[in-house]
Design a protein around this ligand. Structure first.
Ligand code: CA
Length: 286
């Protein structure tokens, strides 16, 4: 499986890839630069707006516009970043952290978690319901990261990177309740970061410092490795009209110049055709 550079973005911390079906573009963020990007694969054009603070992830809002999980809270805005409105202020404990990865589910809820760089257990994991209420789902999280759902909606997968693996929860699509946390994948190559679940229910896990995205069955068996010419592989998401392209984000942050010289494509947006489509991405229904 060959990955292509589709955008030589040189992102500091490229993250949060999300296929926006209505606009037919890939949205993604550069967390450290506080940029929300819009990549159009039809033209190769990438545009962005500044969120005014670090931004961990972006989701599409069903009624129009976007929802962002930022350094300090949950924010809605128009597609171009205008009309910004803060729904919730969220602080880490101790303060000084920010939102990291997050995603809207197929039932209209938006989930996102926080982290404090260098301090374990200071983050939490939240669920924003369509009525705008925010629930704390997990506390004591170190680096809240990838998440996704089984095609039947009864399982949610979740990564707290510092635990070194992927966990599963029983998930109730009717209520958004989660329970029964258990480990399904132990990562032995770098650290688990973002993830997505394909239409067959398999997990594609981006490996920070692992130079790859790996595919695992729902019971944790490794079935595929997509090598990426950048060590800090941050996340992945299916996109394109038929959801058959796997887009992969990467980072340059924290790497010395002499290290980056050996991986000049670090920070790029990559794509690969893995031979299986993704699930339809969710939207926040608020
Ligand atoms: Ca991440």
């Amino acid at each position: 499986m060959i990955v292509d550079v589709v955008l030589a973005a040189r992102a500091r911390l490229g993250e949060g890839p999300l296929w926006d079906r209505r606009a037919a573009v890939l949205r993604w963020v550069d967390i450290k630069r506080g940029e929300v990007h819009r990549f159009d694969p039809a033209t190769g054009e990438d545009t962005s707006f500044e969120a005014g603070e670090q931004v961990g992830t972006v989701a599409v809002r069903r009624s129009g516009g976007l929802v962002l999980a930022t350094e300090t809270g949950i924010v809605t805005c128009a597609e171009d970043g205008s009309d910004r409105e803060r729904l919730h202020e969220v602080a880490t404990n101790p303060p000084g952290g920010r939102f990291n990865d997050g995603k809207a589910d197929p039932w209209g809820r938006f989930w996102a978690g926080t982290m404090v760089e260098g301090t374990d257990g200071a983050g939490a994991f939240y669920r924003l319901d369509p009525d705008g209420d925010l629930y704390t789902m997990l506390t004591g999280v170190s680096v809240s990261n990838g998440l996704g759902w089984s095609p039947d909606g009864t399982t949610m997968y979740y990564v707290d990177t510092r635990t070194g693996g992927v966990d599963a929860f029983d998930h109730d699509p009717a209520t958004g309740d989660i329970s029964g946390r258990r480990r399904v994948v132990e990562i032995d190559r770098g650290w688990p970061d973002g993830l997505t679940v394909d239409a067959e229910g398999n997990l594609w896990v981006a490996l920070w410092d692992g130079w790859a995205v790996r595919r695992y069955t729902p019971d944790g068996r490794l079935t595929e490795t997509v090598e990426v010419p950048a060590q800090r592989v941050t996340s992945c998401a299916f996109g394109g009209a038929d959801l058959s392209t796997l887009y992969i984000t990467t980072a340059r942050t924290g790497l010395a110049e002499e290290v980056l010289a050996r991986q000049p494509e670090a920070g790029s947006l990559f794509a690969v055709s893995p031979g299986v489509p993704g699930q339809a991405p969710g939207e926040w229904a608020g």
